[in-house]
Design a protein around this ligand. Structure first.
Ligand code: AMP
Length: 396
């Protein structure tokens, strides 16, 4: 799984086409969160300082294959110009005259940002001619867009898969994700605990299946708890449940037993009479009565989970323990976050909602790693090979 990184190739004087994730949130043309830009800066700075011609490319939103000013990367270019004065040129197209001119005039240590890749439907279609055109800007291809590494698009995989670029390496963001995320799953220091929560069993089936073979303990929380509870024969009131996944839940419980994996399910639930922060609540053990829904794990469960997590040496967490966006149902998720913060082991939070939860609760800087890609991390946890990583040169 080890891949060559930008440190393993000579970049001086070379055109380095860097696929970054500049899919930033915008409001009235203003960038409202700099995280993704900041995340790409170490790679960009390294390449500039080492004399590369840095050609940046990214998607932004879903413009559906045609030019749309609303999805222009111009606001990102303006930010980059503030960060690197007199070093940045923005191309108003992707593979057209503006891009060709900007790239041909790019000096060593300077940046060109291409316009939104998804203004061409060929990007998501992984079109061969589009890959060829992009490769004109790449003596070396660098992938640092972990958030789209699970997609086989032109700029994330095709450009290398079609054989148009020989030198294909990862940037520092992907290198870090591989080092921490992939290594922890494949070569965990034991005990290894996986915590899985969130809304749906269906979106985590592959993850449960794969991690079951690797972990010592699997902890279940969130709304998917109730599909498992139903599988155990409990009533679950009006809690969320995926009836067509009850059989899978049963199978997982049996499989855990066979494999000697400790599967922990909530022993109590914080139930509410409505999906509302101000709803009436009560703690329920066993059956959840009619008219009540489970919106968080209960306090006994939270303590059991805390004690199991805190003594682990590797912890991977994906999915909140309850409807944490409502403060009255965030205690279980908070306790799990505290356990990760108090653990001495390697603690990893998958992207998406768990990343949002840990940030909202203020523990993001107390864990080893918060992944930058929700979908990519889920697929990695499912044991899948991400096309944007598979296409890169192996480390020697
Ligand atoms: P996911 O995208 O599958 O990780 O699910 C995250 C969402 O699940 C969050 O928005 C949570 O509010 C929601 N969630 C977690 N637990 C519950 C629950 N018990 N009832 C309803 N929604 C929940």
């Amino acid at each position: 799984m080890d891949k060559k990184s930008i440190k393993d190739v000579i970049v001086k004087g070379k055109k380095c086409l860097v696929r970054v994730d500049f899919n930033v949130p915008l409001k009235d043309g203003e960038i409202t969160d700099m995280n993704r830009i900041n995340g790409a800066l170490p790679t960009i700075k390294y390449l500039m300082e080492n004399g590369a011609k840095v050609i940046l490319c990214s998607h932004l939103g879903k413009p559906k294959g045609e030019f749309n000013m609303k999805y222009s990367l111009r606001p990102v270019a303006d930010k980059l110009k503030e960060i690197f004065p007199n070093k940045v040129t923005f191309a108003s197209d992707v593979i057209g005259e503006s891009a060709k001119k900007a790239v041909s005039e790019c000096n060593d240590g300077e940046i060109v940002l291409l316009e939104n890749l998804r203004f061409h439907k060929e990007e998501e279609g992984n079109d061969k001619d589009f890959c060829k055109a992009l490769s004109e800007f790449a003596d070396i291809y660098v992938n640092d867009a972990y958030g789209t590494a699970h997609r086989a698009h032109a700029s994330t995989a095709g450009i290398v898969q079609y054989g148009f670029v020989k030198d294909a390496v990862c940037g520092f963001l992907i290198e870090k994700e591989l080092k921490i995320m992939a290594k922890s799953i494949e070569e965990p220091v034991r005990p290894f605990v996986a915590i899985l929560g969130g809304a749906k069993v269906s979106s985590k089936i592959g993850v449960i299946e794969n991690l079951m073979k690797k972990v010592d303990t699997i902890i279940i929380g969130g709304a998917m708890t109730y599909t498992f509870k139903k599988a155990q024969g409990y009533t679950i009131g009006t809690s969320l449940c995926e009836d067509d996944k009850v059989e899978d839940a049963k199978r997982f419980i049996e499989e855990a037993e066979k494999l000697g994996v400790k599967m922990m399910l909530p022993v109590d639930t914080l139930a509410a009479d409505a999906f509302d922060n101000d709803a009436n609540t009560k703690i329920v053990e066993g059956n959840i009565p009619d008219g009540w829904m489970g919106l968080d794990i209960g306090p006994k469960t939270a303590e059991l989970y805390y004690n199991e997590i805190v003594k682990a040496n590797t912890v991977v967490w994906n999915g909140p323990m309850g409807a944490f966006e409502m403060p009255n149902f965030s205690a279980g998720t908070r306790r799990v976050a505290e356990a990760l913060a108090d653990s001495k082991g390697t603690t990893i939070v998958g992207g998406g909602d768990s990343a949002a939860a840990i940030a909202q609760l203020g523990f993001a800087d107390k864990v080893s790693h918060v992944s930058t890609g929700g979908g990519a991390s889920l697929e990695l946890m499912e044991g899948k090979i991400l096309p944007g990583i598979a296409c890169l040169n192996d480390a020697e």
